[in-house]
Design a protein around this ligand. Structure first.
Ligand SMILES: Cc1cc2nc3c(=O)[nH]c(=O)nc-3n(C[C@H](O)[C@H](O)[C@H](O)COP(=O)(O)OP(=O)(O)OC[C@H]3O[C@@H](n4cnc5c(N)ncnc54)[C@H](O)[C@@H]3O)c2cc1C
Ligand code: SF4
Ligand code: SF4
Length: 843
């Protein structure tokens, strides 16, 4: 992962030369490679600064620059590290900027104009910018640190990617977490940890959540929303002690209570990193004191971002940091030598613990004649309020519904006139006020807070030819942060394009690396007789370029199309498909033998038990798909285990047909209206191992009581009596929950087999890679699917049935095949360092 963010051994991106006598450009040195520092470099380069400056950046994190705001989704497992990179190491090299990552600046010799760093280097400068940000504040608590002064193992701050990685590493070993702090960071950490299955308790010293931004009433509504996620909230109480020898075991509160926990996140506020300025004799109060040109009391040293204190204010948000960067770049490059920063009116739009929040200015009236309007719907988790003074908006709080944020931001920023009927500020009275808001928003209004994108930049992208919302988002990064601004981005794009917004072509590509919708791609593959992934890239991808993200999808498609005649290439498969087992967190594998319809025999069970003992399998578990899972198997043991099991693969790992759950049906159940067990076994026998764009899970039940959950499967079959069966498609009961749509009622098990096969083949031929049926069915439309599959409106039913039959005929059990002859010598050799699994608890 370090590699993705660009860490390099020794932390050096390029060789640092102290002097280059031939280079007459001034030396601009930036300390801090966070959001402010890197943005300043971007702004300087945009103003042609590469001709004026030799730029060096010193950053004590060993990475390129990443979007710190997005650490919350990374912790929640919703984003990957690689998606939050803003400037990689290559970016610096490509722009002629020397990045010295992993190097901490210690002291500035302002007289000699040199920065001394922890690695012993001395870097001369003509202009120096401090952008050192903040650190997590850890309040004094008994036992929070070990004897070495470091945080006790199990205690984490939440500021950097390394801290986020450490927490992600710990969550699997922990069951109970305490989060200290009910502000933005604490709430985000609590939600993320809770999403990893930990029991989370949040301790907040103030009487209501997000007390810096919200009033008491809004705070109370937010508390309800947070509690509805299953997080326990303790308000108005301090944590005073951390228990545990060597590792966190619990947290003590000021009122004497103790909360057991094996993980503690301290999110109790931040403090500006000012020590380098203090050590160097610069003026420091709460932050490094700067004037309206972001200059410290040394004329060649500047400070921006969270470490800077301007007119008494220290900001804790990214928007002011970006305003600092813009002004300072104007000053340094001379683009506007008189540019000044006069403070930020912070209007913040965020998603906190899944709840949309927008706050600006004050949150309660301060004077007797301030107007205060509140719309509160606690049941819906919505609380909206505005404060108006002398006909001007001086504050707004939107919780749970931020549709009015565009107009309110504009009114707040620009003092735009307010409607007579004040209620229109908060509630849309269907007179098109929202459209007017978008049209009238000034060009420099910030739309995407996460990536600092203005309305002007979005309109600029449209003017430059970006014809779809997706293209604009790709170009500007707008909407690619927390996502709360996406609808506003869309409105602006539509407005800027005068309604002429194109469908995003990439949205219809089967895989990103080959710009073709699936039917066209399949036609081209047939036309050119392309039977391997590399042949597809060579013939159909722009410039013949390989695309790693597209390989798995193409492998699946080619297997479906060519059956036996597909030419496999091993790097075109997931590790799971290469070894026919499911890779686990610690690098071991899980093995799931086939158990058709969830039915097993004493012989099978005995064999599984023997194998589990022989290979010392740490956990044997019944799965949700009615099979038995052997977890924690070493890669090199896989072939021998399969041989001993003598059972086919259950395909619990593939993007393929997985399993058919069944209930006991008419054989044993007194309500049974059909033999669901036999039909389940028949379905699994027929369609076993068929590859597909995403996994397919099926179920058959013997009556509408639905004991095996057929209504929420990719294909679900329900006996309704008189020999009839209902076939449902597009259901889901995982991270998404959707009841399947009734495709048809048929009157024999054979008809179920035909229709299920036809639907799955239609899905295999038309769904995008990784598109589950619950997205595919609504996208195509149930009526269309019915016409094609039941009325043969496109005349393709016979082809669909034949295509499915071809795949069925081409099926071979991979365990049987690769056990005899590994596809590569290393197929079953472990390449991952195994980390010890926590001992499986005996319950
Ligand atoms: C999880 C999380 C979620 C957030 N969500 C939001 C949000 O939704 N909206 C919002 O507006 N803001 C949010 N913020 C705050 C936002 O990230 C900060 O306001 C922003 O990063 C400030 O930028 P900065 O460059 O001043 O500081 P930073 O981004 O912290 O960068 C400072 C950099 O300087 C480095 N450094 C410090 N001292 C030295 C030294 N002596 N030598 C070399 N390098 C040094 C640090 O290691 C760091 O890399 C969030 C922050 C976090 C942690
Ligand atoms: S098994 Fe499924 S539900 Fe359980 S932790 Fe893994 S992904 Fe989540
Ligand atoms: S779904 Fe109906 S037939 Fe099947 S076990 Fe439940 S009650 Fe019995």
């Amino acid at each position: 992962m370090t590699a993705i963010l660009g860490g390099r051994p020794g932390g050096l991106t390029s060789i640092h030369l102290d002097e280059d006598d031939l280079d007459t450009r001034a030396r601009l040195v930036v300390v801090g490679n966070g959001m402010a520092g890197a943005r300043l470099v971007e702004e300087v380069l945009e103003r042609g600064g590469a001709d004026q400056f030799r730029i060096t950046v010193l950053g004590d994190e060993p990475h390129g620059n990443y979007n710190r705001i997005m650490l919350s989704p990374v912790l929640a497992g919703e984003e990957h590290e690689e998606d939050i990179v803003l400037n990689s190491h290559d970016w610096y090299a490509d722009n002629g900027v020397t990045l010295r990552a992993g190097v901490r600046a210690e002291r500035i010799d302002t007289a000699a104009k040199v920065v001394h760093a922890a690695d012993g280097s001395a870097t001369p400068f003509d202009h120096l910018v401090l952008a050192t940000g903040s650190y997590s504040f850890v309040p004094p608590m008994a036992g929070v640190r070990g004897d070495d002064g470091e945080l006790k193992p199990g205690v984490y701050g939440f500021r950097t990617i390394d801290e986020t990685r450490a927490m992600l590493d710990a969550v699997g070993r922990c069951t109970r977490a305490v989060v200290m702090g009910g502000g933005l960071l604490g709430l985000e950490a609590a939600r993320a940890l809770q999403g990893h299955g930990l029991h989370v308790e949040l301790v907040h010293a103030a009487p209501h959540l997000m007390n810096m931004q919200l009033d008491a009433e809004a705070g109370a509504i937010l508390k309800k929303s947070v509690e509805s996620l299953g997080i326990t909230v303790h308000l108005d109480v301090f944590a005073t002690e951390v228990f545990g020898d060597g590792h966190v075991e619990g947290v003590g509160l000021a009122d004497g209570r103790r909360i057991d926990a094996d993980l503690l996140v301290v999110a109790a506020g931040v403090r500006p990193n000012t020590d380098i300025a203090v050590r160097s004799g610069l003026e420091v109060e709460r932050g490094i004191v700067v004037d309206d040109q972001l200059r410290t009391d040394d004329p060649d040293v500047y400070a921006i971002g969270e470490c800077a204190q301007h007119r008494g204010e220290v900001y804790g948000l990214v928007a002011p940091a970006w305003e600092h960067a813009t002004v300072l770049a104007d000053v340094l490059t001379g683009a506007d030598p008189d540019a000044e920063y006069h403070g930020s009116r912070t209007a913040t739009k965020l998603k906190v613990a899944g709840v949309d929040v927008a706050v600006m200015g004050v949150n309660t009236p301060e004077r007797d004649d301030d107007e205060f309007l509140v719309v509160s719907e606690p049941k819906r988790g919505v609380h909206l309020s505005v404060v108006i003074r002398d006909d001007k908006l001086i504050g707004a709080t939107l919780l749970g519904d931020t549709r009015k944020v565009a107009f309110l931001t504009q009114a707040f920023d620009r003092g735009a006139p307010l409607p007579e009927e004040r209620i229109r500020l908060l509630v849309d009275l269907s007179d098109g006020a929202e459209d007017v808001g978008v049209a009238e928003m000034p060009q420099d209004s910030q739309v995407c807070n996460c990536n600092g994108v203005t309305k002007g930049a979005i309109c600029g992208a449209v003017a430059d030819g970006c014809g779809s919302v997706g293209a604009v988002m790709d170009r500007t990064r707008a909407g690619k942060g927390c996502g709360s601004c996406k609808s506003l981005v869309k409105q602006i794009v539509e407005w800027a394009a005068d309604g002429e917004v194109a469908e995003d072509p990439a949205a219809s590509y089967y895989v990103p690396g080959v710009p073709m919708p699936k039917p066209e791609l399949m036609r081209a593959i047939r036309e050119h007789d392309l039977r391997s992934v590399s042949a597809v890239f060579a013939t159909l991808a722009p410039g013949g370029q390989d695309d790693a993200k597209s390989k798995m999808g193409l492998t699946s498609l080619l297997k479906m199309m060519w059956g036996h005649d597909f030419v496999p290439e091993k790097d075109g498969e997931f590790i799971n498909d290469r070894v026919h087992a499911n890779i686990q967190r610690d690098g071991t594998f899980s093995v799931v033998p086939q158990m058709k319809g969830g039915v097993t025999t004493p012989t099978q069970l005995r064999r599984i038990a023997d194998v589990a003992e022989k290979y010392e399998v740490p956990m044997v578990k019944v799965t949700g798909g009615q099979r038995i899972d052997l977890l924690g198997v070493r890669k090199e043991d896989l072939p021998a285990m399969w041989a001993d099991l003598g059972m086919p693969s259950g395909y619990a790992y593939g993007k393929s047909f997985r399993t058919v759950k069944t209930c006991v049906g008419s054989d044993f159940c007194r309500f049974g209206l059909g033999d669901s067990t036999q039909l389940g076994i028949d379905l699994e026998t027929r369609f076993q191992g068929i590859e597909s764009p995403a996994k397919m899970k099926l179920a058959v039940v013997g009556c509408p009581r639905n004991c095996a959950e057929a209504y929420v499967k990719d294909v679900g079959v329900v006996a309704i009596g008189n020999g009839k069966w209902e076939v449902y498609v597009g259901g889901a009961a995982g991270a998404s929950v959707r009841k399947g749509d009734l495709l048809a009622t048929v009157d024999s098990p054979e008809a179920v087999l035909t229709l299920a096969g036809r639907f799955m083949q239609y899905y295999r031929e038309n769904a995008n890679w990784l598109e589950r049926t619950y997205d595919f069915v609504p996208r195509v439309g149930l009526e269309k699917i019915k016409q094609v599959l039941l009325e043969d409106s496109d005349g393709i039913c016979a082809d669909l049935d034949a295509g499915m039959q071809r795949s069925i005929d081409a099926y071979t059990d991979p365990w049987g095949q690769d056990r005899e002859q590994p596809a590569t010598p290393g197929q079953f050799r472990s390449s991952l360092p195994l980390i010890p699994l926590p001992k499986v608890p005996v319950r």
